[in-house]
Design a binder for this molecule. Structure first.
Ligand SMILES: C[S@@+](CC[C@H](N)C(=O)[O-])C[C@H]1O[C@@H](n2cnc3c(N)ncnc32)[C@H](O)[C@@H]1O
Length: 265
């Protein structure tokens, strides 16, 4: 946790109370979450964690706002690692073979603070792809942070050491920055997945993970249909590790693995 937040025990008691109330263990989250928790308290004009907790407990709307606020931009490098190794070992080699070239078009839809598109760019570089990654998000602040590419050292702990050394540069003992060669592989743009029209048959892989949690079933279906149209034949959509698409068949997809859907060739 960063230095200028109220020290335990008030915050420790608050975290325990929030876990009892919502089941969310704030200790399991990275430091940005603590910053957000604190920022929201300030935004609501509250000065004590006791009062903050009572507000969340007693006001349903405030409780929802709190949950939305703390989960919205959370991301990780190589989140759910097995899915990434599936991309590296099976999906991308299959696409290269099918397309007969290494020029794949990749999209991280809901790219938050950049961990996902940069993970994709690192994978692409490791496999010598001649690819750029499109990264879009509705949140301008998240995009600005993503473009900067500065992370806490703890956020890259799970990245294989070889990649950490090759693709990150130390700023000081606490911060690292993603290297310029990875940064220039990613094109960050603001976009609203619900409202925007997507390019037709344009992408080889779309990642849309942990974005649709608050979307209604109808909105999700419409979005998945738009993704289907935006994929080239043979392209893949990967969703988050809790986000199965139950109606994938009626949308036209084949299921080719956990949380992975393919558009028939
Ligand atoms: C929890 S993060 C997921 C980040 C990353 N995909 C991952 O799985 O680690 C969700 C992101 O979706 C973005 N988002 C939410 N609604 C969106 C929308 N309608 N259009 C584009 N991005 C949206 C949020 O701003 C947030 O950055």
């Amino acid at each position: 946790m960063e230095k200028n937040y109220p020290a335990p025990p008030e915050y420790e008691r608050f975290k325990a109370a929030i876990q009892g109330l919502t089941g969310i263990d704030l200790n399991a989250y990275k430091y940005q979450i603590h910053r957000r928790v604190h920022m929201l308290m300030q935004r609501w004009g509250l000065t004590s964690y006791e009062e903050y907790f009572r507000t969340i407990r007693d006001n349903e709307t405030k409780q929802r706002d709190f949950l939305d606020y703390i989960t919205i931009n959370v991301s990780e490098f190589f989140r759910n690692p097995q899915r990434w190794w599936e991309l590296r070992d099976n999906v991308i080699p299959h696409l290269i073979n099918m397309r007969k070239n290494k020029r794949l078009k990749l999209w991280s839809a809901g790219s938050a603070t950049g961990e996902e598109p940069y993970s994709l760019a690192i994978l692409a570089m490791d496999l010598n792809l001649d690819s750029k990654v499109l990264a879009t998000d509705i949140d301008q602040g998240a995009i600005a942070k993503a473009r900067e590419g500065i992370y806490n050292v703890r956020q890259i702990e799970n990245i294989p050491q070889e990649w950490r050394q090759r693709y990150f540069q130390a700023i000081n003992t606490e911060k690292v920055q993603i290297s310029p060669e990875v940064r220039q592989k990613v094109d960050f743009q603001r976009g609203n997945l619900i409202e925007d029209h997507f390019d037709h048959q344009s992408f080889d892989i779309i990642l849309c993970r942990n974005v649709v949690i608050y979307f209604s079933p109808q909105t999700k279906s419409t979005l998945y249909k738009k993704f289907f149209n935006a994929l080239k034949p043979g392209g893949y959509l990967m969703v988050g590790a809790t986000e199965q698409i139950f109606e994938y068949r009626s949308l036209g997809f084949k299921s080719t693995g956990p949380f992975l859907y393919a558009k028939p060739e």
